[in-house]
Design a protein around this ligand. Structure first.
Ligand code: ADP
Ligand code: ZN
Length: 622
């Protein structure tokens, strides 16, 4: 069965033969057509204009500067903070027959000199530069010796002090415009809030740039957030049920839980490696390289991992702890499914997360305004966790984009009921109030719930809390349900939490519930978390790769095996040879000859010449 494909422009008939950008897209990259606004962006830069591109991860930002660099005279200079990935990027381009090099601090002087000579001689199409290089006068002098086609500023949000990836070296990038005013600049980022956007424009002096804002929807990612009880067990079940043998990233807050979780997965037969700032550089680099090169490896990491990881086949991103902001959550989950195939963003979240995050904010450095900002970030994140509406709609709304319920998130697939939690809230809040008023005491959630449940345990007896009038008034709910109530009241600002022990106190809004008849709608916790993988999204928005039947799946696995061997031989990540989506298409369509193989998405001229015969052999043997 043939995969549905995006409408294509027949090259010869449209006169596109004379269209350099289209020709390069077809021949070099092996793609039929531009996606979304790629065409307009490419034209803007080819024409010598500046561009600011906001596009989600996986949206196809690279082509937006790679193609103009190939069309325009001279070398495209790409500024990127992702030093560790430059080699892979250069390898991927070389596999396409594009001449690329990089300059960064990891190189030996003679390697650097070779690249510099290539640049000056006009023997490169693209040059990747670490931002700190641009601060050196020697780099500027080098650039003066060659011809520059364009400047691409990747991960442009790194110039924003408001965001979480700020890099001081990026501030120096405003000099590009001063020193080379005639060279077009294109700044790209997947971080989208208006605040960050404005800062990029000001700091990079991009006021005159044309702006391109793509939809931030990632339709192939399924968003799910479940109540946390035993996170490592829950993770294991999730991986076994839905992602056996898949590559993915698990995020934890602390180094300690990273280590523990990685060990736990390994003990349970899942190949996993840790990644955090406490590991020495070599181990870190090695684990990252393994993740990129091996198939089906899981990385358990703190947020230090993942920026710019362009591994296309990350099938899941799991969060065992609550991210600090919706922006962070979106970026981290965005690392799943760049290839457009179905992927999962899965998170467990519990009361302890709220307590912990609030504590981090209370003890954070910086002034009151800073803490207030952190608080706002957290509130938005909690609202996402507790919503009864579509998660995707809420995410898009956060980025100022029109929300559309998606059918591919847990709340759409398994709509949570809401229930009238007013009485439950009153019971809990009045327990807090009485302890404070009558005894001058404050306690954490665990003890309060014990009181409501009428548990005469040691602590209760020690404080004579069984004599309180609220003792035992909450036996209509179970312990886990009460924890859900506390969490949701916190998220709604009807309760506050403080300090090391997570003591609960009332807020102004809680008084309205206690005394002014304010009602409280709560979300019912699903007894059994959301069903495994939903039907594949019908509207993945792009040419969906074929769904394979059993025979084709076997063929796909053979192709993958061939790819793994080939990649290993060449010392490059597997996706540099071909992406999964391309192999799936090949398995489904079984091209009979080289000409037909060349029409598969992702098979350009260079790869066809290099691998074509081998692929046909694998097909013939299968
Ligand atoms: P980003 O940098 O925005 O995260 P990439 O540039 O890495 O995204 O592109 C994501 C994926 O989409 C890559 O696998 C890329 O090859 C593919 N891609 C990009 N543009 C097209 C296109 N016009 N047609 C088909 N595939 C594309
Ligand atoms: Zn939804």
């Amino acid at each position: 069965m043939e995969a549905p494909e995006a409408p294509t422009v027949p090259v010869a008939e449209s006169g596109a033969e004379s269209d350099a950008a289209q020709r390069i897209l077809n021949r070099v990259f092996g793609y039929d057509s531009f996606r979304g606004e790629q065409r307009a962006i490419v034209d803007q830069v080819i024409g010598g204009g500046d561009a600011l591109v906001l596009m989600p991860t996986g949206g196809g930002k690279s082509l937006c500067y790679q193609i103009p660099a190939l069309v325009r005279d001279g070398v495209g200079v790409v500024v990127s903070p992702l030093i560790a990935l430059m080699q892979d990027q250069v390898d991927a381009l070389s596999a396409l027959g594009v001449r690329a090099g990089f300059l960064n601090s990891t190189q030996f002087p003679d390697e650097r000199r070779t690249v510099e000579a290539q640049f000056a001689a006009g023997e490169l199409d693209l040059l990747y530069l670490a931002p700190e290089r641009l601060r050196m006068e020697s780099t500027a002098q080098l650039l003066d010796r060659g011809r520059i086609a364009l400047f691409a500023i990747d991960e442009a949000h790194c110039v924003s002090q408001w965001g979480h990836d700020f890099r001081p070296d990026y501030l120096a990038l405003s000099m590009l415009h001063e020193r080379w005013p005639d060279v077009p600049r294109i700044a790209l980022t997947a971080t989208a809030t208006e605040k960050t956007r404005d800062e990029i424009i000001t700091r990079l002096d991009l006021g005159g740039a044309r702006r391109f804002v793509a939809s931030f929807d990632r339709p192939n990612i399924q968003y799910r957030i479940e109540p946390k009880n035993r996170p490592d067990r829950q993770l294991l079940e999730f991986l076994r049920a839905e992602h056996p043998g898949d590559a993915g990233i698990v995020y934890c807050l602390s180094r300690n839980s990273v280590e523990k979780t990685a060990a736990f997965l390994t003990e349970n037969g899942i190949r996993a490696v840790p990644y955090h700032a406490g590991l020495d550089n070599r181990t870190r680099a090695e684990n990252q390289a393994r993740f990129l090169r091996e198939e089906g490896l899981v990385v358990v990491a703190t947020i230090a991992f993942g920026m710019g990881i362009d591994k296309p086949d990350v099938r899941f991103v799991a969060h065992l702890d609550l991210p600090k902001s919706v922006e962070g959550y979106y970026q981290e989950t965005g690392r799943a499914g760049r290839d457009g195939l179905p992927s999962t963003a899965w998170m467990v979240y519990g009361l302890q997360d709220v307590v912990q995050q609030r504590k981090l904010i209370e003890t954070s450095e910086g002034d009151a305004a800073h803490r207030r900002r952190l608080q706002l970030h957290l509130d938005a994140m909690l609202a996402l966790c507790e919503t009864v509406d579509c998660r995707r709609a809420q995410l898009l709304a956060y980025f100022g984009q029109p929300p559309q319920p998606c059918g591919n998130c847990d709340t759409c697939l398994n709509p949570p009921e809401s229930w009238d939690g007013t009485v439950a809230a009153q019971k809990l809040l009045s327990a807090v109030l009485r302890l404070k008023r009558e005894r001058g005491q404050s306690f954490g959630a665990g003890h309060l719930i014990d009181i409501l449940l009428g548990k005469k345990n040691q602590k209760v007896q020690q404080y004579d809390h069984h004599e309180l009038s609220v003792f035992g008034v909450g036996t209509d709910l179970r312990d886990t349900q009460w924890r859900g109530v506390v969490r949701q009241l916190l998220a709604q600002g009807l309760l506050a939490v403080h300090g090391d022990y997570g003591v609960l106190t009332l807020t102004e809004a809680s008084e309205a519930v206690l005394f002014d008849g304010r009602t409280v709608a709560l979300r019912r916790e699903p007894e059994r978390p959301t069903p495994a993988r939903a039907a594949r999204s019908a509207k993945t928005g792009r040419a969906a790769p074929a769904d394979l039947d059993t025979a084709d799946t076997a063929l796909f696995e053979k192709l993958r095996q061939w790819r793994a061997d080939t990649a290993k031989e060449q010392g490059v990540p597997a996706y540099v040879v071909f992406h999964d989506a391309t192999l799936r298409d090949i398995a489904a369509r079984k091209p009979a000859d080289l000409r037909e193989l060349g029409t598969v998405n992702g098979v350009g001229e260079n790869k066809l010449a290099r691998y074509g015969e081998q692929v046909l052999e694998v097909l013939a043997a299968g």
